[in-house]
Design a protein around this ligand. Structure first.
Ligand SMILES: [Zn+2]
Length: 308
């Protein structure tokens, strides 16, 4: 029997093992599990650990079942996997994953390139998949996620009304929480605050999550705007690793360590030990010596007075 993970007031979800490695070389299962263990030990309560997509499309996730099963044996954190289709949902359910993230894209072009479908077709598929998960006797939590919710390299700004419509479609299907993704780092804080405020107004008190990339340096400002609009779940990747192979120009997610530092400074208890998180980042830098890591906290470490 697993112990229920600590539930902080604001949930930090590490997505480096999914979003972070999606565009880079494949790493081995044991290295993934070591990464998971290090961050779980630092107190990170939730991970998006893998993606149940066919390995011929994204070979990085060749071991999706394995990392979920072994990850659950080795840590108490909540483990999520990304799912795009029926086969993926079946595999995810069989793996015993704690949470499934169903993602659709608000941009028609990104949707066509990433999933070969339209946003509305994707919503219809996901609604059907959610229905099939909801009838399971023991079911994982379900996150409905909307990628490119703030804009996309192909289409520019995305109309808030179309995001709202997709969000309503996911919420009424029965998702447990709802996340908006700024997949290519298009958003600024005002846009973030306004869109989440609309979501909050129109969808009631469903928990809201944000997934920001720091492509244009707006990541931390966007976190603050989202926090103030009532967002309580934030995705980030250690060392800001990541991008999107189907979103040209996208750089990494916001850095987990910077996010935690901001939340800490803001007075939010995340339950995460920043020194241990920075140690995990140093480990990651050694694991991936050719990948650029990002983030500001790691440059100078935690603030402290220099002894004189
Ligand atoms: Zn992303």
């Amino acid at each position: 029997m697993r112990v229920t993970p600590y539930t902080p007031e604001v949930l930090v979800r590490e997505v480096g093992l999914r979003d972070g490695i999606q565009g880079i070389a494949t790493i081995g299962t044991e290295d993934k599990l070591a990464w998971l263990a290090l961050e779980a030990e630092a107190g990170v309560p939730a991970f998006e650990l893998t993606s149940f997509v066919p390995p011929r499309i994204l070979p990085q996730f060749f071991d999706a079942e394995d990392v979920i099963v072994k990850g659950k044996q080795r840590c108490r954190a909540a483990l999520a996997a990304l799912v795009l289709n029926d086969k993926g949902a079946q595999r995810a359910l069989a793996s015993g994953v704690d949470s499934i993230v169903f993602v659709i894209s608000a941009s028609a072009t990104h949707s066509a390139k990433n999933a070969r479908t339209t946003p509305h077709e994707a919503l219809a598929v996901v609604r059907r998949l959610i229905e099939s998960v909801l009838v399971q006797p023991v079911r994982p939590k379900i996150t409905g996620a909307i990628a490119t919710a703030f804009g996309c390299t192909y289409e520019g700004r995305i109309a808030p009304d179309s995001v709202l419509e997709l969000a309503e479609g996911l919420a009424s299907a029965g998702v447990d929480d709802l996340a908006l993704g700024d997949t290519v780092g298009f958003a600024g804080p005002r846009q973030v605050g306004e869109l989440f405020a609309r979501l909050r107004n129109e969808l009631g008190d469903i928990p809201l999550g944000a997934h920001f990339h720091d492509t244009r340096g707006m990541g931390m400002a966007n976190v603050l705007a989202a926090l103030e609009a009532g967002v309580t779940r934030f995705d980030a990747s250690l060392g800001g690793l990541g991008g999107c192979p189907f979103a040209p120009g996208a750089t990494g997610n916001i850095a987990t360590e910077d996010l935690c530092f901001l939340l800490d400074e803001y007075g939010v208890d995340t339950g995460i030990d920043l020194e241990k998180l920075l140690a995990a980042r140093r480990w990651l830098a050694q694991l991936l010596p050719n990948e650029p890591l990002h983030g500001a906290l790691s440059r100078a470490g935690l603030p402290c007075a220099i002894p004189t």
